[in-house]
Write a protein that binds this ligand. Structure first.
Ligand code: HEC
Ligand code: HEC
Length: 294
């Protein structure tokens, strides 16, 4: 073998060893990050008991995505599978992960992404829920606490290697990294077809469409997922396909564009549940959002 060939081979071997070493270090860093402990001081919110409030809680549970990942009955559910990817929400009935939750634990998990064991949630979209008002958070928790005990299925979080490395090196963020822990709870606005209420509803789109709803690749998503669309006005916006409430509602109910083609990834099981006021307010807000840092 010629000397230069041997040199190149040795060089490649050294590079491969270096890469393997980096991966091993990365995986260790990811594990350490997932097991770090966080302290967030929280106050419990009042848990209502009225039928109206429980109805509101049921509506939020169905329309804001909880049911997609935890099941309609809270028993837990596999919600994503792919190459090297398997994700399931845990049982959140009294027999499950929340069996020993105190009222303040719900606030810390849902608003701050920190579980009672002080570890971060990794997959649950904390950024979608951190701005729930006290009243909505209370209604949601009160409703979840009415579930009948199920079988105690645990959370499953298996991420492909690139996602675990992205997590280690900061490109993929966990729940607590994505929210501002210092903000006071959201100020309640009356439900109605207004910009303010629309802004409140649009909170649930930010986990995928980004903080300014300008779209782009969803961090940690499997490679086969398309990038999220821009859903505020501006270059490349998809919003002009939905100029009025009926067109927007048809998309949310059918999971299809006006030309009939299916839209990937969007949680239509939940979006289908949005009521008329929330849908109209949401569209009003999206149409008038300048798409810069809102
Ligand atoms: C995209 C899927 C998804 C959605 C939407 C979601 N969750 Fe979760 N949830 C999870 C996963 C996965 C976990 C496990 C923790 C993690 O993410 O690392 C979890 C954890 C939890 C826990 C903590 C259990 C523990 O171990 O202490 C609670 C409570 C919870 N979810 C309630 C809710 C409620 C209420 C909603 C709706 C407002 C919701 N979740 C929406 C996927 C989801
Ligand atoms: C779990 C991630 C996720 C969530 C949550 C989500 N979206 Fe999407 N959305 C996507 C992805 C990914 C695409 C691109 C789909 C494609 O190209 O097939 C998309 C596309 C769209 C489109 C463009 C459809 C078209 O005509 O091409 C609109 C409009 C939209 N989303 C609105 C919303 C609104 C409003 C919300 C909140 C109520 C929301 N999305 C929540 C992931 C999400």
């Amino acid at each position: 073998m010629k000397t230069w060939t041997r040199r190149i081979l040795l060089g490649l071997l050294a590079l491969a060893a270096l890469a393997a070493g980096l991966v091993a270090v990365g995986l260790q860093m990811a594990e350490r990050k997932r097991l770090r402990t966080l302290d967030v001081a929280v106050r419990a919110v009042a848990l209502p008991t009225s039928a109206d409030a429980l109805g509101r809680g049921r509506y939020l549970y169905a329309s804001r995505g909880c049911a997609d990942c935890h099941g309609r009955d809270g028993a837990g559910r596999v919600f994503a599978t792919g190459q090297g990817l398997r994700l399931a929400g845990p049982d959140i009935t009294p027999a499950g992960a929340v069996a020993r939750y105190r009222p303040e634990d719900w606030v810390r998990t849902l608003r701050h992404g920190v579980k009672p064991d002080r570890h971060p949630v990794l997959v649950m979209p904390t950024e979608d829920y951190t701005r729930l008002t006290d009243a909505d958070l209370g209604a949601l928790v009160a409703y979840v606490r009415t579930f009948a005990p199920a079988r105690g299925n645990p959370a499953v979080i298996e991420l492909p290697l690139p996602a675990r490395l992205a997590y280690a090196f900061g490109a993929l963020k966990d729940g607590p990294e994505k929210v501002d822990h210092t903000l006071p709870p959201e100020t309640p606005v009356p439900e109605g077809v207004t910009m303010e209420h629309g802004r409140y509803v649009a909170q649930m789109c930010k986990g995928c469409h980004g903080p300014a709803l300008t779209g782009g690749r969803i961090p940690g998503a499997p490679p086969e997922w398309p990038a999220a669309a821009r859903i505020v006005p501006g270059p490349g916006s998809t919003l002009d396909r939905y100029p009025d409430v009926p067109a927007f509602t048809r998309m949310l109910h059918s999971g299809r564009r006006p030309d009939g083609s299916p839209i990937a990834v969007m949680p239509f099981e939940a979006l289908r549940e949005l009521n008329d006021t929330d849908v109209a307010a949401l569209l009003l807000y999206l149409q008038s959002a300048p798409g810069s840092g809102i």
